[in-house]
Design a protein around this ligand. Structure first.
Ligand code: SAM
Length: 317
């Protein structure tokens, strides 16, 4: 069939239903304008002058239907998009509602417990580890700000490499709220009898937290090169000391030395849940191999190894 036949034949009569120029079977384009007065309407509503082949009729009919349904298709696509958007929105709403409700029901009640990160070990760290400590402190600060029972947070003996690094990389720290950042040693700020040094080497195991006390965490990332340093310090200073009751709940390797932020977060979690086991497992990452006692199974039952603790800056100890 020639291209002429096609353009002379079935015009789809209404505007916007057919493009003005219709490509013929061979892909040539012919104008349909000049054909208007020669048009005759066929039985299927498609106008023509000369009879068309079945194939051409079909093709034109399809084209016509396709054009006619353009708006419908557009409308359907729009509806689909809106439906998906609504579904996404309602999912978000229900998630937010959940946490929103929680927050509304449980108002923030600050704890009187003082939690100190003792930054007096600055000289013992290389810059890389100081940077890790900085990140761990940032994490403690952020977690405390969003806790239901935030503690009275202190950084003591603040200075040296840590302070320089904070000035360089996080100038905003000077505006941190709800934290005491002090150059003094904690012993200059807090009564001796209130102090309890948290240290994994202490023979004393914490059972409860006393919110009248000030608990100290050693601000140190040492990969255990200075084993027992905080325990010795506490003994020398004649202050209380205690380890977290990890051994009662977590299958441990020989070591149970956690990173600063983990100890800090466990204290926050305990203040909220009043349950050590829950506190441990809400904070300690599964990948660290923390396994509840009794659920340990041979090879996977290692826990909290130093190597794994170093995988991530804020987890590193
Ligand atoms: C990476 S550790 C430092 C280890 C260091 N060699 C020492 O002797 O403390 C950082 C701090 O977290 C606290 N900490 C870590 N594991 C603990 C545990 N199992 N119980 C109590 N405190 C712990 C200690 O205050 C410790 O100084």
């Amino acid at each position: 069939m020639s291209s002429e036949t096609l353009t002379e034949s079935p015009e789809v009569p209404t505007e916007n239903t057919m493009p003005p120029d219709i490509p013929d079977v061979e892909g040539k384009v012919k104008s349909s304008d000049s054909q208007v007065d020669r048009q005759v309407e066929g039985s299927d509503g498609v106008e023509c002058l000369e009879p068309l082949s079945k194939r051409q009729r079909k093709k034109l009919l399809k084209q016509k239907q396709w054009e006619e349904q353009k708006d419908l298709r557009r409308q359907k696509r729009k509806e689909k998009r809106q439906k998906r958007k609504l579904e996404r929105q309602s999912k978000l709403d229900s998630n937010n509602e959940g946490s929103g409700r929680k927050r509304m029901r449980r108002e923030v009640v600050p704890s009187t417990l003082r939690l100190i990160v003792d930054c007096s070990f600055d000289d013992l760290m290389v810059l890389k580890d100081v940077k890790k400590l900085h990140k761990q402190i940032q994490r403690c600060y952020a977690e405390n700000r969003k806790a239901f029972h935030p503690v009275q947070f202190y950084l003591t003996s603040h200075g040296g490499q840590l302070k320089s690094n904070m000035n360089e990389n996080d100038k905003g720290w000077v505006n941190w709220k709800d934290i005491q950042i002090r150059t003094e040693h904690y012993s200059e700020l807090i009564k001796k009898e209130d102090l309890v040094y948290l240290t994994s080497d202490s023979p004393d195991v914490l059972s409860e937290l006393d919110e009248k006390k000030a608990y100290v965490i050693g601000g140190l990332v040492d990969h255990n090169h200075h084993k027992g340093i905080t325990y010795k310090k506490a003994v020398e200073q004649g202050i209380g000391h205690a380890q977290l009751p990890l051994g009662n709940f977590v299958k441990m390797n020989s070591r149970k030395v956690l990173a600063v932020n983990h100890v800090f977060e466990i204290i926050l979690a305990y203040l909220e849940k009043r349950d050590w086991k829950e506190a441990f497992f809400s904070v300690l990452p599964q990948r660290k191999g923390a396994v509840p006692l009794g659920e340990a199974n041979n090879s996977s039952a290692h826990a909290l190894s130093e190597k794994e603790g170093e995988d991530n800056d804020s987890d590193s100890n």
